[in-house]
Write a protein that binds this ligand. Structure first.
Ligand code: AR6
Length: 174
């Protein structure tokens, strides 16, 4: 199948997806928060937080993997997007663009290393962390397509929660 046929754009809650892995837009402490992170933790149940606490920390732009507990997927990959809120943005170790691309890259690498044939992403950093939506969509799309065209032979889904996000991806894929 062509790489572009292995990229799917859907709208809804990522907690309902039955892909092998779903990705969580996490924070460095891997604590249950609001947004997609809150939705994933409440659907998975408290054992997810217990496993996250054992891992303890994930650097910005990196990813870690856990079980999925009560979720219908097999694994959750937690990635920490760049935080562009005014008080946090100047503490980033690298450019926001590189860090955001690294979230998608490291999550796909973990999926590949764990034999996971399908992975679904939310629109990382575009909520609480304030990454501009259309710019984030372009970086996500470029990074995902690069991996689909080179070394990941599985399927990638981008799960949009808002019409704005869906529109950003439609403009890239049409
Ligand atoms: N399914 C899919 N996408 C969702 C869902 C859902 N159920 N709920 C929200 N979104 P955010 P961030 C979208 O704020 O910006 C948390 O507190 C939402 O519309 O969840 O990376 C964490 O613990 C947006 O497009 O993540 C961190 O502290 C996208 O998910 C911090 O927020 C990401 O929004 C991470 O901020």
């Amino acid at each position: 199948m062509k790489p572009s046929d292995r990229l799917h754009i859907v709208k809804g809650s990522i907690t309902r997806l039955t892909t092998d892995a779903i990705v969580n837009a996490a924070n460095n402490q891997l604590r249950a928060g609001s947004g997609v992170c809150g939705a994933i933790h409440s659907a998975a149940g408290p054992m997810l937080q217990t496993e996250c606490m054992k891992i303890g920390w994930c650097p910005t732009g990196q990813s870690v993997i856990t079980d999925a507990y009560n979720l219908p997927c097999k694994k959750v990959i937690h990635t920490v997007g760049p935080d562009l809120r005014p008080w946090a943005a100047d503490k980033l170790a690298e450019s926001p663009e590189r860090l955001l691309a690294s979230c998608y890259d490291t999550a796909i690498s973990l999926a590949k290393a764990n034999g996971l044939k399908s992975i679904a992403f939310p629109c990382i950093s575009t909520g609480v962390y304030m990454y501009p939506k259309s710019e984030a969509a372009r970086i996500a799309y470029d990074t995902i397509m690069h991996r689909l065209s080179t070394d990941y032979d599985g399927e990638v889904t981008v799960c949009c929660f808002t019409d704005d996000d869906l529109e950003s991806y439609r403009q890239l894929t049409d």
